[in-house]
Design a protein around this ligand. Structure first.
Ligand code: XMP
Length: 486
């Protein structure tokens, strides 16, 4: 008979069980603190928050809003491969820099045709290219002023390529900004080694970037986005389509990430796509973290059962309270130089401070973000108040969608396991836009960091001292003994 010694069962804690102890601080303003973090080995974010890959949380619209605010969205995988790739392309859609955002004309066209094109596209300049796509010059509306002979050729009035400043494809926005300023020009065509036009960066692009100074962007200035794949069935095909669409990070996402098939999937994706940043999860133990890192993960997602719509712990009896899971997993991940994402259970801004102080590099949020304007969940009105639909990805409704989507035998096996739901369907209160919600969450984090004399997240971790609190301590922590205004 197996015997347990009760005294040997360790206590595991979660966010509500602890508080951070304040310390003498040199930080004079919350705005002084730097919340930037390492999302994966190679990707840095200025705001350490990810949107969860759930079908009522993150599709392209919310992912764009997250990246503009400095975080990142993970597109969920409960849709056909092509659609998920299209969501990624939508986030990567050129806001600035390259892509079909410029209009061209051939040098032998007439000025009258150029005028018509400028009117049709509502632009003030056309790039002049020959039949093999080589840049010949630029024609602006200023060149057309006072011209009376509209049958003259574009080539006669354009500024020729020898008088143009150009840069190679791959020029970063920062470099472009410097070149635009140095030459006092408004347009910087990007031209490859053969003289072919590959893109255009304008001064408006540079200004647009300045509107969202913290935004998460790649070197070309496009917003960052991650996307989820499973660990069985079509996951390699899905990964290939997402990489092709320009995804910045793949997330091998499975409820029990410390399983042979999750580890194998992580290894295979790593092998097939050595360049892509790879997140794997979810785990709740140091052993799980170690195994996913050994399989090739560039970040590990931690959390078994803390999510708002999760019933895993109730249904299966399995899980580790999130603060303990984060402390234990991040200890081994840090030794390996791999960041940890604390996934699930964030209900207040203070929980983010606690998660990061406990060792996580970033947090993943579902239910709070499900309540924003940009989430894909349906809006519901109840007693005059606005709510949005939110559901666990192992809930009955979500499993039904997956069942209809997936045909492969492997996945049906996975679904057979999900017949007993481990998630619930619910509504959450409406929380305004992503920008408004993140303003509150990041504001709380900044304030928490200043209480701990932490100008950055590394210092927050080294200054963190937790105390365990009793239930009365928790009661005292929340507004109490007052009537809250409706
Ligand atoms: P929050 O608390 O931010 O957590 O809503 C989001 C995370 O919850 C996880 N998740 C689930 N866990 N059953 C589970 O046990 C589910 O149906 C389910 N759906 C989502 C997931 O890790 C997500 O990021």
């Amino acid at each position: 008979m197996i015997q347990f010694d009760q005294a040997e069962i360790p206590i595991a804690l979660t966010y509500d069980d602890v508080l951070l102890v304040p310390r003498r601080s040199r930080v004079t303003s919350r705005l002084e603190v730097d919340t930037s973090c390492q999302l994966t080995r190679k990707i840095r974010l200025s705001v350490p928050i990810l949107a969860a890959n759930m079908d009522t949380v993150c599709e392209a619209r919310l992912a764009r809003a997250m990246a503009r605010e400095g975080g990142i969205g993970v597109i969920h995988r409960f849709m056909p491969i092509e659609q998920e790739a299209a969501e990624v392309r939508h986030v990567k859609r050129p806001e600035v820099g390259t892509g079909p955002r410029f209009h061209t004309i051939a040098p032998n066209r007439t000025l009258s045709e150029a005028n018509t094109l400028m009117g049709r596209y509502n632009v003030h300049s056309l790039l002049v290219v020959d039949e093999s796509g080589r840049l010949m010059g630029i024609l602006t509306s200023r060149d057309l002023l006072f011209v009376e002979e509209h049958q003259r050729r574009v080539a006669e009035l354009m500024t020729g390529k020898d008088n143009l400043v150009t840069a190679p494809p791959g020029t970063t926005l920062d470099e472009a900004r410097r070149i635009l300023h140095e030459h006092r020009i408004e347009k910087l065509p990007l031209v490859d080694g053969e003289g072919r036009l590959q893109g255009l960066i304008t001064s408006r692009d540079a200004l647009r970037v300045a509107e969202h100074p913290r935004a998460a962007r790649d070197t070309q200035g496009q917003l960052l986005v991650a996307a989820a794949i499973g660990a069985v069935g079509d996951y390699l095909e899905r990964a290939a389509a997402l990489v092709e669409a320009g995804v910045d990070a793949l997330v091998v996402d499975i409820a029990h990430g410390h399983s042979d098939h999750a580890i194998r999937a992580t290894e295979r994706v790593r092998e097939r796509f050595p360049e892509v940043q790879l997140v794997a999860g979810n785990v709740a133990t140091p052993e799980g973290t170690r195994d996913l890192i050994a399989a090739g993960a560039d970040a590990v997602k931690v959390g078994v059962g803390p999510g708002a719509a999760c019933s895993t712990r109730i249904v299966t009896g399995v899980g580790v309270p999130q603060l303990t899971a984060v402390i234990e997993c991040s200890r081994v991940a840090r030794e390996a130089g791999v960041p940890v994402i604390a996934d699930g259970g964030i209900r207040y801004a203070g929980d983010i401070t606690k998660a990061l102080a406990a060792g996580a590099d970033s947090v993943m949020i579902g239910s709070l973000l499900a309540g924003t304007e940009e989430s894909p969940g349906e809006t519901v009105l109840r007693h005059g108040a606005r709510y949005k639909v939110f559901r666990g990805m192992a809930s009955v409704g979500a499993a039904e969608v997956r069942r209809q989507l997936e045909r492969s035998a492997d996945v049906l096996d996975e679904l057979a396991a999900a017949v007993v739901p481990e998630g619930v369907e619910a509504v959450v209160v409406f929380r305004g836009t992503v920008a408004q919600l993140l303003h509150q969450l990041v504001g709380g984090l900044r304030s928490g960091m200043s209480y701990l004399d932490a100008p950055d997240l590394d210092t927050l971790r080294s200054h963190a001292r937790f105390v365990r609190i009793s239930e009365s301590g928790w009661r005292e922590s929340k507004p109490h003994d007052i009537q809250l205004k409706e």
